[in-house]
Design a protein around this ligand. Sequence first.
Ligand code: AP5
Ligand code: MG
Length: 213
Amino acid sequence: MNYVLLGPPGAGKGTQAKNIVEKFSLVHLSTGDMFRDAKKSDKNISSLISAGKLVPDEVVIDMVKGRLHNEDIVKNGFLLDGFPRTVHQAQELDDMLRTENKKINAVFFIDIGNEEAVRRIAGRRVCVCGASFNVVMMPPKKEDICDFCGGALVQRSDDKEDVVRERLEIYDKQTKPLIEYYKNSGILVEIDGLKDEKHVFQQISEYIEKSRR
Ligand code: AP5
Ligand code: MG
């Protein structure tokens, strides 16, 4: 089974993805994480991300295409987080999957308002090991120290408030049309993202469990 997490910056896609892939043995494909890795070596990508702009469609599509053939994905199924983000990316994804007789089984749209997104992102702190915390809502046991590896927690370069507002504007213009796109395909599942982490996970898990029966 293959799934997509859709939602604005700060909706909790990365937070939920970790739990979902573990419970259902899926492969987590986060284009944001992939770009943050590439960012270390690619100056163009680095400046786009830090300014809150989208990476050009063709670059993202090529990167995802390269990963969809991996053996673990073919065997276990995938959970896409942060892709697709434009209607063009969604159409290309559909084409890619169609040629391989695969499909997306459900798109979980995690909905939160823009002000909640800004509030959550302002408090987010991340570790190089991939762990993510929130100084208000999910604080680490020791201030600015990762619970898992003891590393220093930092703020993402694109988490400054002016950049977050730019990301939200781009989301409204370029990504929101995907809600209609997937509604029309009959695979959109609306999730109340304002609930706490556990309850958001419960909503998604229950849907996946039911659809697998
Ligand atoms: P990406 O990394 O995908 O960023 P994003 O979509 O902006 O989403 P975030 O990672 O900010 O939020 P999230 O939904 O994962 O929330 P999280 O779980 O961390 O993309 C980054 C950049 O890469 C883009 O701007 C673009 O430049 C580029 N890019 C990536 N994909 C692309 C594509 N397809 N096309 C073009 N460019 C692309 O949670 C946020 C905070 O809230 C955390 O602190 C968390 O602890 C807390 N939290 C989570 N859930 C809850 C809850 N239920 N209640 C309270 N707090 C919660
Ligand atoms: Mg994320």
